[in-house]
Design a protein around this ligand. Structure first.
Ligand code: PMP
Length: 429
């Protein structure tokens, strides 16, 4: 496999783009080597500029749940494009997408569309503060909620990968209202509530996806909701990653808990820039123009993005691929575990439906600290062997792999073959 054109573009890109990328994890820093440049994608495959074909387990970090260039999504986007790209005024498409989203969440009466997951969460946090009249927010170490200042504390994903202690450029004042707790540890949250009566909300990824995949144990989420509400705070579910991926709707329902505020992104735009936050009327009516919490956006509810979202969610509902995801996810999980056993490699696989990832460790992984026991050098070797054998993975130990509904049996064979080669390579270091 050759990467000559990618290497050339990388060098060229360095001149006018920081690290030749527009989002840090794309730089492949944590796995070594240069980033790949992508030319096109179709269905379950993605192709780089050198013409290499990969089974895509990144799918744009989640959004392309139907696979790339689904014909119905493409048709809808093209149709919308012909009517104009942006109006700065309302369209019927926004009402349609809002209904699909609200209908999928048991207690969501209203939703507000924004342009990214980051925006969804920063608005959701502001709403929690507006609704409760309180200031502080509890977040969990290893959870990532976008790059807003207040939540760039103990965040996972790119930050975990690059070992940055938060971020430069975030003033102390911006994080003084952020309290940190440990995932799957209710006591660590209780302590904050005992010491502070100014807590507006607790924000959580219902399935952790930015420290690798981490699953809430026992009744953690349910207990968290009760604890927050008992103390006059709200539970904010950041379902940017899990929304419409775990079930049609959120992971919350599957986990038996309904958050007060839900943040969405990724899948709801089907690859176009869409984020959203929603809640019951009592909470959402704090948002302008009805309430006093200001939040706005020039391109919010963009007609092309709305068309992408409506067509993606409509097709997703029709396909209902969640049982298939469970089945394929389980097969890949078994492939990983059995191959690791064959080559005597310590491996833990965490999976929730179509989100999964392997950790090169012996111990269970239920929080960020445990996730960090994974051997990232081994992951780097594993990653490049997977690439060389035709599987595109997120270039980080701490990012989830995502399935899409276009994956076929042949792709699973490609994955199995690549895992065999990759695990063998790992066993030699
Ligand atoms: N929340 C979660 C849980 C995420 O995974 C992400 C992105 N990976 C975000 C928020 C931020 O979304 P965006 O990158 O669209 O701003």
């Amino acid at each position: 496999m050759k990467f000559k054109k990618s290497e050339k573009l990388y060098k060229k890109g360095l001149k006018n783009l920081v690290g030749a990328v527009n989002s840090p994890v794309r730089a492949f820093s944590s796995v070594g080597g240069n980033p790949l440049f992508i030319k096109k994608a179709k269905g379950s495959k993605i192709y780089d500029v050198d013409g290499n074909e990969y089974v895509d387990l990144v799918v744009s970090y989640g959004p392309m749940i139907l696979g790339h260039r689904h014909k119905k999504v493409e048709k809808a986007a093209k149709k919308a494009l012909k009517n104009g790209y942006s109006f700065g005024a309302s369209t019927e498409a926004e009402i349609k997408l809002a209904k699909i989203v609200c209908d999928a969440f048991p207690e969501m009466d209203k939703v507000r569309f924004v342009n990214s997951g980051t925006e969804a969460v920063l608005s959701g946090i502001r709403l929690a503060r507006a609704f409760t009249g309180k200031d502080k927010i509890i977040k969990f170490s290893g959870c990532y909620h976008g790059h807003q200042d207040a939540l760039l504390v103990a965040a996972g994903s790119g930050l975990a990968t690059l070992s940055l202690p938060g971020s430069k450029g975030v003033p102390e004042g911006a994080v003084k209202n952020t309290l940190i707790a440990e995932y799957n540890n209710l006591e660590s949250v209780e302590k904050h509530f005992e010491n502070d009566d100014n807590i507006a909300g607790v924000i959580i990824e219902p399935i952790g996806g930015n420290m690798g995949v981490v699953i809430p144990q026992n009744n953690f989420l349910k207990d968290l909701k009760e604890l927050a509400n008992k103390n006059g705070a709200v539970l904010i579910a950041d379902e940017v990653m899990t929304g419409f991926r775990s079930t049609f709707g959120g992971a919350q329902e599957k986990l038996g808990v309904i958050a007060d505020i839900t943040c969405l992104g990724k899948v709801i735009g089907g690859g176009f820039p869409v984020g959203a936050y929603g809640a019951r009327n009592e909470i959402m009516e704090n948002v302008a123009p009805i309430g006093g919490m200001y939040q706005a956006g020039t391109l919010s509810g963009n007609p092309i993005a709305m068309a992408g979202g409506i067509s993606t969610l409509t097709e997703l509902k029709k396909q209902n691929p969640y049982d298939k995801f469970e089945e394929i996810g389980n097969i890949i999980e078994i492939i990983l575990l059995e191959t690791a056993k064959k080559y005597n490699v310590d491996l833990v696989v965490n999976r929730f439906g179509s989100m999964m990832n392997p950790f090169f460790t012996e111990s269970k992984v239920t929080n960020f600290e445990e996730a960090q026991t994974s051997d990232t050098e081994k992951f780097g070797v594993f990653f490049w062997e997977m690439i060389k054998n035709g599987v595109f993975l997120p270039p980080s130990q701490f990012e989830a792999w995502f399935l899409n509904s276009a994956i076929c049996d042949k792709d699973i064979k490609v994955i199995a073959n690549a895992v065999d080669k990759a695990m063998l390579a790992v066993s030699k270091i």
